[in-house]
Design a protein around this ligand. Structure first.
Ligand code: NAG
Ligand code: NAG
Ligand code: NAG
Ligand code: NAG
Ligand code: NAG
Ligand code: NAG
Ligand code: NAG
Ligand code: NAG
Length: 905
C-alpha cells in the first residue's frame, strides 16, 4: 500500500514541473477549418486553449492516460475524437455527456481492458467506435446496448475468446463488426444471438483459429451479407462445413484467403447453392486440385479470386457453372515448381467455355506451355486479358496463336515479359476490336513490314518498348492509321530515316516514344504531319549533329509543325547547339527537358514562343549565364525549373537577372542552395548562386542608365540643331506635302488635254521681252504647245489676282524664269510664288520648272522667293546656256521637263 502511494505521490510531484512547463507554454496544436490536430506532441493533458467551436480533435500518439470529461466540456461541438495510440486505460461515461454530438470515437492502441454497462451509455449519436488493439478479453453484460446508431464496431486485436458482445438484442444498425486477431475458436449460435436484429455487411473474423461452426451460428445473425475468415488454417472439410452453415443466409461476399484449401470437390461449396454469393476469394490457399464441377453451385458468382495457388490442371469442367463470373483472377494460380515439361500446368481446351460473362481475365505470372487452338474458346464477353509473364515458351506469335480469341470482343491484351521473339504476319488478325496491345519487355527482333498488325482496325495503343531490335520501313504502321500511342523505347530502332517516314500513316498519333535508341540519323520528314502529337520522347539518343549549324545542308528542323506538342523530352542527346528557330512552332509546349546535354550559350529568343511553359529542365549542361533575352519568355509562367549542376558564371552580366528572378518567383526550384553553384569567377567558385549579391550590379545600373540617357539626349539635341540649321526647310516642306496627302488632297492627275496651257510662265516685268522672244518661237514650232503669257493672254495690262490663280490652275506646269529682276519683283515675291508652290504641293513637285537665266545662289533664291533648288527634281531645274550651240540641248531638256507627268515617285 505504502509503495503504491509513494509512487503516486512521486509521480504527481515528479511530473509537476513538467506539467507547469507544458501548460504554461502555448500548445503547438494546429487548427484548420475547425479541425484541431494535436498528434505527436507528448501531451499528458487535453489542451484547454483550443477554439471552442472545433468539431474534430486529434490527440493521437501522445501520453494521455485518461480523457477527463471536465476537460472536454469546452469542446461540446466535437463530432470526431481520435485518441488512438495513447495509454488510456479508463473511460468515464460522462465523456459522451460532455460531447453530445460525438459520432466517431477512436481509441485504438490504448490500454483499455474493462468496458462496463455504463461506459458508452451517453454515446447515443456514435456511429463508429474503434477499440482495436486494446486489452479487452471479455465483454460482460451489455456495454454497447445504447449504441443504437452504431454502424461500425472495431474490436480487432484484443484478447476476446468469444464473439459474445452482449446478452440481449442490440446494435440493430451495425453494418461492420471487426473481430479479427482475437482468440475466438468457435462460432456458436448463442454467442451471436445479440445480433439477431442486425444486418451485417461485413463480419470480419480473420486470424482467429476457428475450429468449430456450431449449427445455426450464422442464422442467429439477422442478415449476413459479408463474411471474412482469412488466415485461419481452415481445412477443406472445415470449409465445407462453413459453407453448409452459410446455406440459406444472405451471404454475398465470402473471403477465405490464406487457408488450407488444398483441393476442392463437387461438394466443397454445395452449402452455398441456396445463396446469392457474388464474390468468393480463395487466394493464397495452396489449392492444387480443382475438382470437376466444384463451382457448379455458384451460378450468381461475379468475382472469383484464385491468385497465388498451386493449380496443376484446369480441365474442361473445372469452371463448370460459373456462368455469371465477370472477373477472374488467376495470377500466379498455377504450379511453378519445376521447369520440366511434365510438371508444367495444363489448361485443357474449352476450360473457359462456361464463363460466358467473363470480362476480365488475369493470368499473369504463370508458366503455361502455350496457347492451344481452343484454350480461350467461349469467352464471348472478354474485354481485358492479361498474359504478362504467363508462358514458358511462347517464342513466336503465329497467325493461329490467338485463334481461340476470335470470338472475344477483346479490348486490351497484355503480352509483356514472355520472351516473344517473333511476330508473324496476321498474328493479331483475329482481334479486330483491340484497343491496347502491350508487347513490351520481350525479345522481339525483326523487321516490321506492317503485316504484323493486319486486322487491328481499332487499335489505339501499341507498346513495343524494351525489345531486342526493330527495323522500320515506310509501311511498318501503314495498316493501323487509328493508332494514337506508340511506344518504341529501347528497341535498337533501325531505319528511322526511311522516306516516307514510318510514322507518316499515323495522323492520329498523340504519344510517340523513341527514347533510348541511340538514333543519330533522322530527316526533317520524320514527324511531318503528326499534328496531333502531344508527347514526344527522344531522350537518350544521339541527335546532336542534327542541330549543328555546321551540319551539311544546315540544321535539321525535325520539330517543325508540331503545333500541339505539350511534352518534349530531349535529355541526353549530346546537344551543344540549339538553332534559334527550332521551337518556333511549339506554341502549346508545357514541358521541355533538355537536361544532360552540352548546352552553353542559347540564342536569344529561342524560347520566345514558349510563354505557356510550365516545366523546364536544363540540368547538367554547360550553361554559364542566364539572361533575360533568352529565358524571359520561358520563365514567365513556369511552375518547375531544373537548371541544377550548371557551371554558373557569377558576374553581374551573367546572372544578376537570374538571381533577381529566383528571389521573386513562385516557381518551384528544388535544391537551390546546394545544386546551383558558381563556377567562375574563381573567388566565387562553389558559392550558391542564390546568395550572389546583386546590389553592386544595381548600383552601377542607374549611373550607367543616367549616363546613357544624358549622352543620348545631348546627341539628339546636337543632331536636331544641325538638322534644323541645314535641312529645316526640307523638313517643313515635306511636312507640308505629307500633311496635304494625309488630309486627303489627292494628287490631281488630270489628263494633258484637261489643261489649257502647257505651262504658266512667271517672270519679272522687266524680263517680258526675253520671255516673249524665246517662248513664242517654241509655240510656233509645235502647235500643240501653248504657254500662258500674262502679256498676251490677259487683258492688256490688267494683272487681276483672280485671273492669275485661275490661269495657274489651268496650266499643267509652272515655269519660273529666274533672274535678279524676279527676285526684286514685289508681286512675284509674294502672291505668285505662293500659289505656284501651293499648286505644286497639291499636284506634284515636278509641276514647277525653274529656268535660271543668271547664276543665283540658293540662299538668295530662298531669301527672296522661299524656294530652293533642292525642293525640285533635277530635271526640272534648267540653266539658260551661255553658248548658242547648247541651245538645242536646252530646248530638249525643256521638252522633257514639260512632258513629264506630275507625280512624285
Ligand atoms: C470558430 O472560432 C474561431 C475563433 O475562435 C473563428 O475564427 C471561426 O470563424 C469560428 N468558426 C465558425 C464556423 O464559427
Ligand atoms: C490523427 O492523426 C494521425 C497521425 O497524424 C492520423 O493518422 C489520423 O488519421 C488522424 N485522425 C483523424 C481522425 O484525422
Ligand atoms: C482538466 O480538468 C481538471 C479537473 O477535472 C482540471 O483540474 C484541469 O486543470 C483540467 N486541465 C485542463 C488542461 O483543462
Ligand atoms: C445527437 O445529435 C443531434 C444533432 O445531430 C442532437 O440534436 C441530439 O441531441 C444528439 N443526441 C444526444 C443523445 O445527445
Ligand atoms: C437471391 O436473390 C433473389 C433475387 O435477387 C432473391 O429473390 C432471393 O431471396 C435471394 N436469395 C437469398 C438467399 O438471399
Ligand atoms: C460428385 O462427384 C462424384 C464423382 O467424383 C459423383 O459420384 C457424384 O455424383 C458427384 N456429386 C454431385 C452432387 O454431382
Ligand atoms: C497462316 O499462314 C499460313 C502461311 O504462313 C497460311 O498457310 C495459313 O492459311 C494461315 N492461317 C490462317 C488461319 O490464316
Ligand atoms: C501489362 O502488365 C504489366 C505487368 O502487370 C503491367 O506493368 C503493364 O502496365 C500492363 N500493361 C498495360 C497496357 O496495362
Amino acid at each position: 500500500m505504502s509503495r503504491d502511494l509513494f509512487y503516486r505521490i512521486y509521480s504527481f510531484w515528479g511530473l509537476l514541473p513538467f506539467w507547469i512547463l507544458c501548460t504554461s507554454s502555448t500548445n503547438k496544436c494546429t487548427v484548420r477549418h475547425e479541425i484541431a490536430d494535436c498528434s505527436h506532441l507528448k501531451l499528458t493533458q487535453i489542451p484547454d486553449d483550443l477554439p471552442t467551436n472545433i468539431t474534430v480533435l486529434n490527440v493521437t500518439h501522445n501520453q494521455l492516460r485518461r480523457l477527463p470529461p471536465a476537460n472536454f466540456t469546452r469542446y461540446s461541438q466535437l463530432t470526431i475524437l481520435d485518441g488512438g495510440f495513447n495509454s488510456i486505460s479508463k473511460l468515464e461515461p460522462e465523456l459522451c455527456q460532455s460531447l453530445p454530438l460525438l459520432e466517431i470515437l477512436n481509441l485504438q492502441h490504448n490500454e483499455l481492458s474493462q468496458l462496463s454497462d455504463k461506459t458508452f451509455i451517453f454515446c447515443m449519436n456514435l456511429t463508429e467506435l474503434h477499440l482495436m488493439s486494446n486489452s479487452i478479453q471479455k465483454i460482460q453484460s451489455n456495454p454497447f446496448k445504447s449504441l443504437k446508431n452504431l454502424i461500425k464496431l472495431d474490436l480487432a486485436h484484443n484478447g476476446l475468446s468469444s464473439t459474445k458482445l452482449g446478452t440481449q438484442l442490440q446494435l440493430e444498425n451495425l453494418q461492420e463488426l471487426l473481430l479479427s486477431n482475437n482468440k475466438i475458436s468457435a462460432l456458436r449460435r448463442e454467442e451471436l444471438d445479440f445480433l439477431g436484429n442486425s444486418s451485417l455487411k461485413r463480419l470480419e473474423l480473420s486470424s482467429n483459429q476457428i475450429k468449430e461452426f456450431s449449427p445455426g451460428c450464422f442464422h442467429a445473425i439477422g442478415k449476413l451479407f459479408g463474411f471474412s475468415l482469412n488466415n485461419a488454417k481452415l481445412s477443406p472439410s472445415l470449409i465445407e462445413e462453413l459453407c453448409l452453415e452459410l446455406s440459406n443466409t444472405s451471404i454475398q461476399n465470402l473471403s477465405l484467403s490464406n487457408n488450407q484449401l488444398y483441393t476442392t470437390s463437387n461438394t466443397t461449396f454445395v452449402g452455398l447453392k441456396q445463396t446469392n454469393l457474388t464474390m468468393l476469394d480463395l487466394s493464397h490457399n495452396s489449392l492444387s486440385v480443382i475438382g470437376n464441377d466444384s463451382f457448379a453451385w455458384l451460378p450468381h458468382l461475379e468475382y472469383l479470386f484464385l491468385e497465388y495457388n498451386n493449380i496443376q490442371h484446369l480441365s474442361s469442367r473445372s469452371f463448370y457453372g460459373l456462368s455469371n463470373v465477370r472477373y477472374l483472377n488467376l495470377r500466379r494460380s498455377f504450379t511453378k515448381q519445376s521447369i520440366s515439361l511434365a510438371s508444367l500446368p495444363k489448361i485443357d481446351d474449352f476450360s473457359f467455355q462456361w464463363l460466358k460473362f467473363l470480362e476480365y481475365l488475369n493470368m499473369e505470372d504463370n508458366t503455361f506451355p502455350g496457347i492451344k487452338s481452343n484454350t480461350f474458346t467461349g469467352l464471348t464477353r472478354l474485354r481485358c486479358l492479361s498474359l504478362s509473364n504467363s508462358f514458358s515458351s511462347l517464342r513466336t506469335l503465329t497467325n493461329e496463336t490467338f485463334l481461340s480469341l476470335a470470338g472475344s470482343p477483346l479490348l486490351i491484351l497484355n503480352l509483356t515479359k514472355n520472351k516473344i521473339s517473333k511476330i508473324e504476319s496476321g498474328a493479331f488478325s483475329w482481334l479486330g476490336h483491340l484497343n491496347v496491345l502491350d508487347l513490351g519487355l520481350n525479345e522481339i527482333g525483326q523487321e516490321l513490314t506492317g503485316q504484323e498488325w493486319r486486322g487491328l482496325e481499332n487499335i489505339v495503343e501499341i507498346y513495343l518498348s524494351y525489345n531486342k531490335y526493330l527495323e522500320l520501313t515506310s509501311n511498318s504502321f501503314a495498316l493501323v492509321p487509328s493508332l494514337q500511342r506508340l511506344m518504341l523505347r529501347r528497341v535498337a530502332l533501325k531505319n528511322v530515316n526511311s522516306s516516307p517516314s514510318p510514322f507518316h500513316p499515323l495522323p492520329n498519333l498523340t504519344i510517340l516514344d523513341l527514347s533510348n535508341n541511340n538514333i543519330a540519323n533522322i530527316n526533317d520528314e520524320l514527324l511531318k504531319g503528326l499534328e496531333k502529337l502531344e508527347i514526344l520522347d527522344l531522350q537518350h539518343n544521339n541527335l546532336a549533329r542534327l542541330w549543328k549549324h555546321a551540319n551539311p545542308g544546315g540544321p535539321i528542323h525535325f520539330l517543325k509543325g508540331l503545333s500541339h506538342l505539350h511534352i518534349l523530352n530531349l535529355e541526353s542527346n549530346g546537344f551543344d547547339e540549339v538553332p534559334a528557330e527550332v521551337f518556333k512552332d511549339l506554341r502549346e509546349l508545357k514541358s521541355i527537358d533538355l537536361g544532360l546535354n552540352n548546352l552553353n550559350i542559347l540564342s536569344p529568343s529561342v524560347f520566345d514562343n514558349q510563354v505557356s511553359l510550365k516545366s523546364l529542365s536544363l540540368q547538367k549542361n554547360l550553361i554559364t549565364s542566364v539572361e533575360k533575352n533568352v529565358f524571359g519568355p520561358a520563365f514567365k509562367n513556369l511552375s518547375n525549373l531544373d537548371m541544377s549542376f550548371n557551371p554558373f558564371d557569377c558576374t553581374c552580366e551573367s546572372i544578376a537577372w537570374f538571381v533577381t528572378w529566383i528571389n521573386n518567383t513562385h516557381t518551384n526550384i528544388s535544391e537551390l542552395s546546394s545544386r546551383y553553384l558558381c563556377n567562375t569567377p574563381p573567388q566565387y567558385h562553389g558559392f550558391p548562386v542564390m546568395l550572389f549579391d546583386i546590389s553592386p550590379c544595381k548600383d552601377s545600373a542607374p549611373f550607367e542608365l543616367l549616363f546613357m540617357i544624358n549622352t543620348s539626349i545631348l546627341l539628339i539635341f546636337i543632331l536636331l540643331v544641325l538638322l534644323i540649321h541645314f535641312e529645316g526647310w526640307k523638313i517643313s516642306f515635306y511636312w507640308n506635302v505629307s500633311v496635304h496627302r494625309v488630309l486627303g488632297f489627292k494628287e490631281i492627275d488630270r489628263q494633258p488635254e484637261q489643261f489649257e496651257y502647257a505651262a504658266y510662265i512667271i517672270h519679272a516685268c522687266k524680263d517680258r521681252d526675253w520671255v516673249w522672244e524665246h517662248f513664242s518661237p517654241m509655240e510656233e514650232e509645235d502647235h500643240t504647245l501653248r504657254f500662258c503669257l500674262e502679256e498676251r493672254d490677259f487683258e492688256a495690262g490688267v494683272l487681276e489676282l483672280e485671273a492669275i490663280v485661275n490661269s495657274i490652275r489651268r496650266s499643267r506646269k509652272i515655269i519660273f524664269v529666274i533672274t535678279q529682276n524676279l527676285l526684286k519683283d514685289p508681286l512675284c515675291k509674294r502672291f505668285k510664288v505662293h500659289h505656284a508652290v501651293q499648286q505644286a504641293i497639291e499636284q506634284s513637285l515636278d509641276s514647277i520648272i525653274l529656268i535660271f537665266l543668271e547664276d543665283i545662289p540658293d540662299y538668295k533664291l530662298n531669301h527672296a522667293l522661299c524656294l530652293r533648288r533642292g525642293m525640285f527634281k533635277s530635271h526640272c531645274i534648267l540653266n539658260w546656256p551661255v553658248q548658242k550651240e547648247r541651245l538645242n540641248a536646252f530646248h530638249h531638256k525643256l521638252q522633257v521637263a514639260l512632258g513629264s507627268r506630275n507625280s512624285v515617285h
